[in-house]
Design a protein around this ligand. Structure first.
Ligand SMILES: *Cc1c(COP(=O)(O)O)cnc(C)c1O
Length: 364
């Protein structure tokens, strides 16, 4: 049997992507100015529900830019789940803050509001909900906490384009939100990112800082410290074509997730369980293997059958740059040890899903 390998992800670039990239090349606007940038930002802002967005070169610098513009002071603490992608944590340190790791809930694997409260100190400046795998954190509770304790909120929405809480798109609850358009994200520009806010003054500050701190109306005058975090018009051309099809991409990903849940309904695996308030983007279908099973062996055997999988994120408090050997986060540690992500790209077929599920059921 010579079946093709099913990857965990591959972007669907079958719309106007190459046409728009060629238009950008033909126009010679290939750097960080050009009409696609404006179009992409407008489409993106309209989709999530705020006009105050600006495109950047990736999701990591989006986080750094957002927190840089919140002016952390030395010793300022930012509460963040340890169970997250490493960029959420690295950028807190890079922006001058101190990450304080909180626990996630065993149901939805996301920031546990009760544990957030227990981690608040007089030095806490901000909280960073991370809407992992397309789910949404408990925004009722987290907004109430941020209000009650006077904390800024940075939403890491890299995996949550299309995700809503009570009908409101994530990324519009906190002070600022950050987005990624890496090749495996729901909408991709190759590498790319976005920051969004409801606060026009903060947007202006971020727009200046991302462009070398140059005044928006006086060229080569740099009134603040800045970076080069700009997106190119080429990336925005791809992003524009992707946004034209975002509803279609999301619809297919939701069907894929529903199919996995149905096929594996009787298997001893555990999916993220979301409250009714959440509509997930179903970025990457992930599940916990039964306790006591050797995850690496299962993933290796899946690989031998031509099915690519990946482990969920390891805990940040176990990583050398952020190691906290004293810290115990049992729920996060358990999820990090047992979770795997399954192929979840938009072109995945019903036959592919059946193949993945049959292999998984046999191996566990
Ligand atoms: C992808 C991702 C990022 C970083 O985005 P890049 O564009 O790869 O830099 C940050 N946070 C989370 C949760 C992500 O999944």
């Amino acid at each position: 049997m010579n079946e093709r390998t099913i990857p965990v992800y591959q972007p669907d670039l079958s719309g106007n992507e190459s046409r728009y990239v060629n238009e950008a090349v033909d126009s010679s606007w290939i750097s960080s100015q050009g009409s696609f940038l404006k179009r992409f930002e407008e489409m993106f802002g309209a989709f999530i529900g705020t006009p105050h967005v600006t495109a950047v070169s990736n999701g990591t610098v989006a986080l750094h830019l957002a927190m840089h513009c919140l002016d952390f002071q030395p010793g300022d603490e930012v509460i963040v789940p340890s169970f997250t992608y490493i960029a959420s944590v690295n950028t807190i340190v890079q922006a001058g803050g101190t990450p304080v790791f909180c626990e996630v809930r065993s149901s939805d694997w996301l920031m546990d509001p009760e544990d957030v409260i227990s981690k608040i100190t007089p030095r806490t400046r901000a909280i960073m909900p991370v809407h992992l795998y397309g789910a949404a954190c408990d925004m009722d509770r987290l907004c109430a906490i941020s209000k009650e304790y006077g904390l800024r909120m940075i939403e890491d929405c890299a995996e949550a384009l299309g995700t809503s809480w009570k009908g409101q798109h994530v990324g519009t609850f906190g002070d600022v939100s950050t987005w990624s358009f890496f090749g495996n994200k729901t909408v991709t520009t190759g590498e790319g990112g976005m920051v969004a806010t409801r606060d026009p003054a903060l947007l202006r500050k971020m727009a200046i800082a991302k462009g070398q701190g140059q005044d928006l109306d006086r060229r080569y005058w740099h009134s603040v410290l800045g970076f080069n975090y700009r997106m190119t018009n080429l990336c925005a051309a791809i992003g524009t074509a992707q946004m034209e099809r975002v509803d279609d991409i999301l619809g297919r990903k939701r069907n894929i997730a529903a199919a996995y849940r149905k096929e594996l309904a009787n298997a001893p695996v555990q999916f993220q369980t979301l409250p009714n308030e959440v509509v997930s983007s179903e970025w990457l279908v992930s599940l916990l293997l039964p306790k006591g099973i050797d995850r690496d062996r299962v993933m290796k055997s899946m690989g031998d059958l031509g099915i690519d999988t990946r482990p969920v994120f390891y805990c940040a408090h176990h990583m050398p740059p952020h190691a906290r050997p004293d810290l115990r986060l049992p729920v996060s540690e358990d999820i990090a040890a047992r979770g795997i992500s399954l192929p979840s790209y938009p072109q995945l077929t019903a036959d592919d899903i059946e193949r993945v599920c049959n292999a998984l059921k046999r191996l566990i």
